[in-house]
Design a protein around this ligand. Structure first.
Ligand SMILES: [Zn+2]
Ligand SMILES: [Zn+2]
Length: 423
């Protein structure tokens, strides 16, 4: 038989309520801070990501699902959310709306990567973006949503690390300072680091090779090279975080993987995990709009992986609200009883009462076992006897009496009876 493609997964009903919970909390937290939902297409013109994510990133160099469609257009399955949201911001003239435009989306994303725990080729994200406002309070507002989201899910012991990587004015001199430092340690650095040194020295800072760590730890820090406006922005941003009692620490090696970030960057990590287990991260991307060919427009946002969150919920044994079972389960005898049972189930459903029904030719005992397993509150039994009398036997499956209580109710009254008799 066929299998789901490598790096993808099926989400089965028994897990779907977890997804609904995680997504529901996301919608609630986004709405609490005034973020509206946006849904962009699953694929975009390849240039959106080449220009929007950055040509020298791992994503664009190695991980994108890119193909020519039948019309010869180069199409890419979205590897992240921000570039497409910015594309939509311009396409729909959102620059003329009150700024910032605050948007969130729950989306599937695609990266051709080696699949591992919590890291799939098709994965899912919550993306939150605030576009059109340079005020550091916008950065803090977005971090607030990010931080409260995990708290509302019930995750504990997380760490928020922050940094500023400056802007187009001050970053070049920082990159030069980095380059000079790394050049001096060239022979001690791994092959990957040496290769990146030529293209993007910032990228060395998130290298994971053990032998490189000491050198990377002692590299020049970007916050020591900020111009005055960037320094002020960082001070104001972290001041707002402190005012909101959001705990954070400054991590000078945090630069984030995407080229479009400027000034604020942050990540949220589990208490006992390293950078590989990052739950989510974000940053300011004031240069992105122009890279996409739009008017200079500031923006700040974050993304957090849903699969990683589900792993963290499991690891921390967070109790998630259980999926509700049906309220009623209809079991029946053969012949006319069976038709009456079907009719009753449909009446209950039309009345807004979640109802399941035994199908096929199973014996009453087997059907009752199915009713027990279904998690229903009551079994509604139409045997030959009940069918002839125009009645239904109602059996309480959850009562304190151990589920022994059973009574006959006229068929016409069953909907009202089930609706009223809460367990
Ligand atoms: Zn290295
Ligand atoms: Zn600057």
């Amino acid at each position: 038989m066929y299998q789901a493609p490598r790096g993808t997964q099926d989400i089965l009903p028994e897990d779907a309520h977890l997804w609904a919970f995680v997504e529901g909390v996301a919608r609630r937290q986004a709405a609490l801070a005034g973020f509206g939902e946006i849904r962009t297409p699953t694929f975009e013109a390849t240039a959106v990501f080449q220009r929007g994510v950055g040509a020298t990133t791992d994503i664009v160099e190695k991980e994108m699902y890119t193909f020519l469609d039948k019309g010869g257009e180069s199409i890419t399955l979205r590897p992240e959310g921000t570039a497409a949201v910015m594309r939509a911001y311009f396409e729909h003239g959102m620059g003329s709306r009150p700024q910032p435009v605050k948007l969130f989306s729950l989306l599937n994303t695609f990266r051709y990567d080696r699949p591992q725990k919590g890291r799939l080729r098709e994965f899912h994200q919550l993306d939150v973006e605030s576009i059109g406002e340079a005020d550091p309070a916008a950065d803090a507002e977005v971090v607030g949503v990010h931080w409260r989201y995990y708290a509302a899910l019930g995750l504990r012991g997380l760490r928020l690390v922050v940094n500023s990587i400056g802007d187009a004015l001050c970053r070049p001199s920082y990159v030069e300072a980095l380059r000079a430092y790394f050049e001096a340690h060239r022979t001690e650095l791994c092959e990957d680091c040496n290769r990146r040194l030529a293209t993007n020295p910032l990228r060395l800072l998130d290298d994971k090779t053990p032998a490189c760590q000491t050198i990377l730890d002692h590299a020049p820090a970007s916050i020591d090279h900020l111009c005055e406006p960037c320094g002020d922005h960082f001070a104001a941003w972290t001041g707002y975080l402190a005012a909101a009692e959001i705990p954070f620490s400054v991590e000078h090696r945090l630069v984030r993987g995407l080229d479009y970030y400027s000034r604020s960057v942050w990540e949220v990590l589990p208490a006992n995990g390293g950078a590989q287990s990052t739950l989510g991260g974000g940053g300011r991307y004031d240069g992105l709009a122009e890279q996409l060919g739009g008017r200079s427009t500031p923006g700040v946002g974050f993304a957090t992986g849903i699969e990683r969150i589900l792993l963290a919920l499991k690891e921390q044994r967070v109790e998630v609200p259980a999926a509700p079972g049906p309220r009623a389960f209809v079991v029946h005898g053969p012949g006319i009883a069976r038709v009456q049972a079907f009719q009753l189930a449909e009446h209950l459903r039309a009345s807004g009462i979640a109802t399941d029904l035994a199908l096929g030719d199973r014996k009453l005992g087997k059907q009752m076992a199915s009713a027990d397993r279904s998690g229903a509150d009551v079994a509604l039994i139409i045997g030959e006897d009940e069918a002839a009398a125009g009645e239904v036997s109602v059996k309480n499956l959850r009562g304190e009496d151990g589920g022994e209580q059973q009574r006959r109710v006229p068929r016409a009254d069953v909907v009202a009876f089930v609706a009223e008799a809460r367990p």
